[in-house]
Design a protein around this ligand. Structure first.
Ligand SMILES: N[C@@H](CCC(=O)N[C@@H](CS)C(=O)NCC(=O)O)C(=O)O
Length: 208
């Protein structure tokens, strides 16, 4: 149904330029050559604007709205929806080991982004023991996830797993430049250097 319907129409994407989850969606759309079908609607998060809240009760971006009013979130759901549009190679491998590997990488990378985004929010609060404990927990989760990626490197192909990992690493560069992850993860750094040259990553950078 959506393939036919969506083939002719635009969708709206509630969008915050610095969100790594939004970047993931944009990168998938670029990789599948369907970015022009997305109308980017800037959203305010704090406080969330009424249009975003109407579409997503969780008040988060990304949120995609089709012309018939179907609102979709979060980023894994939106990226999978985008796979149903157009003829390009899907970002989600159909089955077997490739699918589970890509989904696991997506989950790991989303976890890095969740922890890194949450830790950044905590940084803005007054210092106290509870806040420091939460921040340490998020930092440790990111450290362990990076160690796992260093031990089990992503492949070179562009899919939902590799795009998600590259967006997570890009977010660490963007928001945590003072805590460089490369020295302790040289192989992951080499992988990222190559993968970051993909047009989907270059053209979805928050500063692009
Ligand atoms: N699991 C969600 C996470 C989205 C998310 O955390 N977005 C952040 C921006 S990076 C947000 O909208 N935060 C607003 C809030 O938490 O109220 C996804 O994959 O889309």
């Amino acid at each position: 149904m959506f393939l036919t319907f969506f083939g002719k129409l635009q969708v709206k994407l509630f969008h915050v330029k610095t969100s790594p989850f939004v970047r993931k969606v944009i990168a998938c759309a670029i990789a599948r050559d369907i970015l022009p079908r997305l109308t980017l609607v800037p959203a305010q998060l704090y406080p969330a604007d009424a249009a975003l809240l109407d579409a997503n009760p969780l008040s988060k971006v990304p949120c995609l709205v089709t012309d018939d009013g179907l609102a979709l979130f979060d980023s894994p759901v939106i990226c999978e929806f985008l796979d149903s549009v157009g003829e390009a190679q899907p970002m989600f491998p159909a089955s077997g080991g490739a699918r589970w590997r890509a989904l696991k990488q997506q989950a790991l990378a989303d976890g890095i982004m969740d922890a890194a985004v949450a830790r950044r929010q905590e940084q803005g609060r007054p210092r106290e023991e509870a806040r420091d404990a939460v921040m340490s927990r998020h930092a440790a989760a990111v450290d362990r996830a990076l160690a796992q990626l260093e031990a089990d490197l992503p492949h070179k192909a562009v899919d939902i797993g590799t795009i998600s990992v590259a967006c997570a690493l890009g977010y660490l560069d963007f928001r945590y430049a003072g805590e460089p992850w490369r020295p302790a993860h040289p192989q992951l750094a080499a992988w990222h250097e190559g993968f970051a040259a993909n047009p989907a990553m270059v053209n979805s950078r928050p500063d692009a």
